[in-house]
Design a protein around this ligand. Structure first.
Ligand code: FAD
Length: 383
């Protein structure tokens, strides 16, 4: 078993590191304070190929495997989780899902724009009344001739106010639970679709998170992604890979926490020597380091399973569960190393902690990941 990277993967990682050190990290604090990532970054992400990873070149993608995708995602997460999320949603949840489930016309219509950064995508599953219990969503799509008429509200939608297309989940048949759910590709400029930005988030402040309201939104029947009633499978397949991407972003947060803690411990002096000399500071740092390695190895395992075409959904839940909790611990430990300076935003630890916290909540809370893992082990669904 070789855990090393291939030459191509090393090259992608170097490219991502350079890009993040140049285009992302220097601006992350300003974007966080302004509550907006500079939108011109999306085009740059497209140009460097990071919005097209794993997508076929004939649709504008930049190819590559899922390990390369995780390496880029980790680097983006190291620089700014807001940027990481923009990419994970537009590429990971939307473009990759269109590539997997779309017909030829849908792929040609959306993928070149999504991979180049001309378009951004968002993923509309959560509603005000249904979060963890997404299969019971209430947004309704009613067939009228060659069209569907959609009504409902979507909540907490990443990229919501920026996106050009929403991968939207709505109930289109009378079947109860997830059986009646279908997936639709809805252009966000469709009449009847309005978006309201959500402000005051604890972290990920650079992202455009929004509520989407759909009032008599009409889309052609060709907007249906996958078969009618298969929408929940579309959503779950997207989220299984999405959790790998969240895990990779969390590795990036933990790595940033480690880098910052080591740097600061070597500079700050107390009791006549740098705090790196104090054993309890070394304990904080070594705890972060172990979390980084463990989270990274779990994440790489998922990528390897995906690339080999093997089942990966449960392993993805394990990686997401561990890496998100590890990122919170790592950022919190780094903040402790910084002492009082960790509590102000001139220093990186506070933002890392705020950004990390949501990773245990979205794309399935930590409790939901445990239920996925528990169901696989016991054969009993405890949802
Ligand atoms: P609830 O489901 O109400 O859960 C509340 C608590 O109950 C949690 O602790 C949960 O773990 C627990 N709980 C619920 N059911 C069970 C159970 N069966 N057993 C044990 N515990 C349980 N959604 C999208 O569709 N697209 C996006 O792009 C998107 N981006 C987001 C960005 C941000 C910043 C945030 C905060 C959320 C985003 N979400 C998005 C929504 C996110 O996925 C949901 O918030 C998440 O699924 C949890 O749902 P909820 O908030 O309704 O919590």
């Amino acid at each position: 078993m070789h855990l090393g990277l291939s030459e191509e993967q090393e090259a992608v990682r170097r490219l991502a590191r350079d890009f993040v050190d140049r285009e992302v990290t220097p601006h992350a604090v300003a974007w966080d304070r302004a509550e907006e990532v500079d939108r011109s970054l999306v085009k740059k992400l497209g140009e460097v190929g990071f919005l097209g990873l794993t997508i076929d070149e004939e649709y504008g993608g930049s190819g590559g495997d899922h390990l390369a995708y995780c390496l880029v995602t980790e680097e983006l997460g190291r620089g700014d989780s807001s940027v990481r999320g923009i990419v994970s949603v537009s590429l990971g949840l939307v473009a990759k899902t269109i590539a997997a489930w779309g017909d030829e016309e849908q792929k040609r219509r959306w993928l070149p724009g999504l991979t180049s950064g001309a378009y951004l995508g968002c993923f509309g599953l959560t509603e005000p009344g249904t979060g963890s219990d997404a299969g019971n969503l209430t947004t309704r799509a009613v067939r009228e001739g060659d069209e569907y008429v959609i009504n409902g509200t979507k909540m907490f939608i990443t990229n919501g106010t920026w996106a050009d297309v929403v991968l939207l989940f709505a109930r289109s048949t009378d079947d109860p639970g997830h059986k009646g759910v279908s997936a639709f590709l809805v252009p966000t400029d469709t009449p009847g679709l309005t978006r309201r930005a959500l402000h005051g988030k604890l972290g990920l402040r650079g992202q455009a998170t929004a509520e989407l309201v759909l009032e008599d939104v009409r889309v052609p029947a060709s907007a249906l992604l996958g078969a009618e009633g298969k929408g929940f499978s579309v959503a779950m397949s997207a989220l299984a890979k999405g959790r790998m991407s969240v895990a990779a972003g969390c590795v990036g947060i933990a790595q940033a926490a480690l880098d910052a803690a080591v740097r600061y411990a070597g500079e700050r002096e107390q009791f006549g020597r740098t705090i790196a000399h104090h054993q309890l500071v070394q304990e904080l740092i070594s705890d972060i380091a172990v979390d980084v390695d463990a989270a990274r190895l779990l994440t790489w395992r998922v990528a390897d399973l995906v690339d080999r075409g093997l089942p990966f959904a449960v392993e993805s839940s394990k990686a997401k569960l561990f890496a998100s909790e590890a990122a919170v611990r790592a950022a919190n430990n780094a903040l402790q190393v910084y002492g009082g300076y960790g509590y102000i935003d001139e220093y990186p630890a506070g933002k890392l902690l705020r950004d990390a916290r949501v990773m245990t909540l979205y794309e399935g809370t930590s409790q939901i990941q445990k239920l996925v893992i528990g169901r696989a082990l016991t054969g009993v669904s405890a949802f």
